[in-house]
Structures are given as C-alpha cells and as structure tokens.
Ligand binder design. Structure first.
Ligand SMILES: C[S@@+](CC[C@H](N)C(=O)[O-])C[C@H]1O[C@@H](n2cnc3c(N)ncnc32)[C@H](O)[C@@H]1O
Length: 216
C-alpha cells in the first residue's frame, strides 16, 4: 500500500460512521492474536457491508468465511427481526472466541456457526438467502457462487471479496492465482442470471443481484 492509499483509507474511515466499540475490539484483538489479521474486513469495508445489509433488509444471511466474526456482525446490522445468519469456517480454533463475540453482541441466538468445508456444508443449509458474502478460499469461489445462487431468491444480493486481487487482474499478471481470479470475473461478467458490477473497494468487491425471470 503506498502513501496515497494510506491517506485515502484514513480519509474514508473518517468520512463514514465510526466503528462500533465491539467491532473495534474484535479488530484490535484480531491484530494481536491472528497471524493473518489483514483478512478481516476492517472499518471501511465493514461499514459498506453494514450499509448494503441495511439496504437489503435480509431475513436470511449466509457468510462463507467467518474468520473472527467481524463481517458477520457488520452484516447482522441489517438483519430483520427474527432473521438468521449462517456463517461457515473450516478453522475450529477460533470458534469459542467468535461465539463469545456473538454473545456480547446479543446475537448468539440469531447467528449459526458451522465448522467445516463450505462446499460440503452449503447444500444442506436452509435457504433461501437474501444476502450472501463469499470470503473464504478463493479457488472455490465459482463453486460457492453457484451454490449461493441456487440457495438465493430472485432479488438476492451475492457479494464476493478480493476480486481485484491487489490490482493484479487489472495489470494482467500471469501467475496461477491471478489467472483464476480473472477467469472467475470474466465468467461472472457474462452471467445473464445476475445484475453485476465490481466495486473497487479495498481488494475489490463483486456485487451480484439474482435476476427475476423473465428479466425485468
Ligand atoms: C478472508 S477470511 C474471512 C474474513 C471475514 N469474512 C471478515 O471479513 O472479517 C477467510 C476465512 O475462510 C476460511 N476458509 C478457508 N477455506 C475454507 C473452506 N474451504 N471452508 C470454509 N472456510 C474456509 C478461513 O479459515 C478464514 O477464516
């Protein structure tokens, strides 16, 4: 990240809502305890996720990649009364800490944590989902997207993180990971089942809205 990026991030963070105290605590603790803390959505992207969730007003949310629960709680801000969130992670080591955060947020009864491989868990989850956030292992994104689409109603919003891959897809880098992300983006851009665009926020966030049939 260069100096302008740092300045921009700091400006954007100042010009949006402040980070709620529990999220600030999770952010700090993640940087103290995790080896890859940058995986956390963070202040600005977190406010974006909360804003999108409030606009959608979902009854059911699915998150693929819980990590330390930061984005889960941001998405929960838009959840309708009586609604539920299903969040999946294949790392059981953080489960107790994350459940404690959800408890502190008063959301333990609305957030269902699933531990295991997302591709194995997703088919059995009770949909339909109104909002899906895909943010786990990038190589499986196409599989997660297809499962998410299957489990979503028309009008639902699907979000996929890290689709600009530190700008490497734009620069045309030829390493295998970049090629994989670029191939997914091309496929999504041509998918007639969804309205779509990439927001150049942080590492790139794909917004895909499942279309009604026939298309309106
Ligand atoms: C980028 S982090 C998620 C960050 C979180 N959504 C946030 O914004 O704070 C990715 C998470 O996906 C999990 N993960 C990786 N592969 C997975 C898989 N196959 N199934 C379920 N979770 C997986 C990792 O353990 C990690 O916690």
């Amino acid at each position: 990240m260069d100096m302008f990026d740092d300045m921009l991030t700091s400006y954007l963070e100042k010009a949006c809502d402040t980070e709620p105290p529990l999220l600030r605590h999770i952010n700090r603790e993640t940087y103290l305890k995790e080896t890859m803390p940058h995986m956390l959505s963070g202040h600005y992207q977190g406010r974006l996720l909360a804003m999108l969730s409030k606009l959608v007003g979902p009854q059911k949310i699915l998150e693929v990649g819980t990590f330390t629960g930061y984005a889960t709680l941001c998405l929960a801000e838009g959840l309708q009364p009586g609604g539920e969130i299903h969040t999946i992670d294949n790392n059981a080591e953080r489960e107790d800490r994350v459940r404690q955060y959800f408890q502190e947020a008063g959301l333990a009864g609305s957030i269902h944590c699933h531990i295991g491989d997302a591709a194995a868990i997703m088919p059995d989850l009770p949909g339909p989902f109104d909002l899906v956030f895909i943010d786990a292992d990038k190589k499986s994104n196409l599989r997660y997207y297809e499962l998410a689409l299957e489990k979503s109603r028309a009008g639902s919003l699907i979000l996929i993180d890290n689709v600009l891959w530190k700008g490497k897809v734009v620069a045309g880098a030829t390493d295998a990971q970049t090629q994989q992300v670029a191939a997914l983006n091309e496929r999504l851009a041509a998918d007639e089942r969804v309205d779509k665009l990439i927001l150049p926020v942080r590492d790139g966030l794909f917004l895909l809205r499942k279309r009604h049939h026939p298309q309106l």
